[in-house]
Ligand binder design. Structure first.
Ligand SMILES: [Zn+2]
Length: 282
């Protein structure tokens, strides 16, 4: 059995603030250590499971080179390097040859009340991404692409709101491990690393035991995506990319034949919108 572990940072143990999330932030070094701790717990548990033959870890936050590879166990490999050189963003290199997807360190979608560091892909741009009329967060976006490949999500760790949201999309029987409970958008009651590592290990083993009961999350095409931006300027910039229709002051809508096409086009649109113009073009 081949196991793919997609990792974000906002939903990892002890992470509560932007200072821990970006290079240059005064606590970023500790943030990387904390993220790596959750990832190591998940990877070690998967590698210890009898039928597992391969574990791939994918760094899926920000610069996408946060995880400390020197701490990862022998037998796992790591996808590292920026989104601009990837096709599938947080699940880069996931293919039909993998059997299950695990999501570690995930957070709730943009605008979720009672959630820590909630956003959808690019927090500074996106107010909401909705798919066929339903708002989707990163867990559902990645689960849908995995679903097109026939791969189920079997495990999610993150803050309580991320776990609740993941179960709402993927089924109440999904194994989830909440590592903290939000008190506000930048504060939480956090469990300690030894406790969350033990919970993640147990959760991964439980999820692998129960994997046969889990179905891939399939969103049949055609798929209509509506991206709402925080302001009109951003929607103006996004609307210069061909193929999307302006459906509101701050919203663009487009349709794709499959969910995977829709997810890739959504990321491409955001990357396009976020791209810095050279000084002389501003
Ligand atoms: Zn992130």
């Amino acid at each position: 059995m081949r196991v793919f572990i997609s990792c974000d940072m906002e939903g990892c143990t002890g992470i509560v603030h932007g200072d821990q999330l970006v290079p240059g932030g005064h606590d970023y070094g500790r943030g990387r250590e904390l993220m790596t701790g959750d990832v190591v717990a998940a990877a070690e548990a998967a590698l210890a499971y009898d039928e597992v033959t391969q574990v791939r870890v994918c760094d899926g936050h920000g610069t996408m080179r946060n995880i400390l590879i020197e701490r990862l166990p022998s037998g796992a490999d790591l996808v590292s390097g920026p989104a601009s050189s990837r096709a599938l963003c947080q699940i880069e290199s996931l293919g039909a040859d993998f059997d299950v997807l695990l999501c570690v360190g995930y957070h709730a979608m943009a605008g979720t009340p009672g959630a820590l560091l909630a956003h959808t892909w690019i927090g500074s741009l996106v107010a909401e991404i909705s798919v066929n009329g339903r708002p989707f967060g990163e867990t559902a976006l990645n689960a849908g692409v995995a679903g097109d490949l026939g791969i189920p999500v079997i495990f999610v760790s993150g803050d309580e709101a991320a776990c609740t949201q993941a179960r709402a999309f993927l089924g109440e029987d999904l194994v989830t491990v909440p590592v903290k409970r939000a008190l506000g958008t930048k504060s939480a009651v956090c469990r300690t690393p030894p406790d969350t590592a033990a919970a993640i290990r147990l959760g991964v083993l439980t999820a692998l035991d129960a994997r046969a009961a889990r179905q891939p999350f399939r969103v049949p095409g055609p798929v209509e995506v509506a991206v709402s931006f925080h302001n009109t300027d951003m929607a103006d910039r996004a609307s210069k990319r061909p193929g999307a229709e302006r459906t509101g002051r701050q919203q663009l809508t487009f349709t794709c034949p499959t969910f995977t096409d829709a997810a890739r086009e959504t990321w491409a649109l955001l990357e396009w919108t976020a791209a810095e113009q050279p000084e002389w073009l501003r």
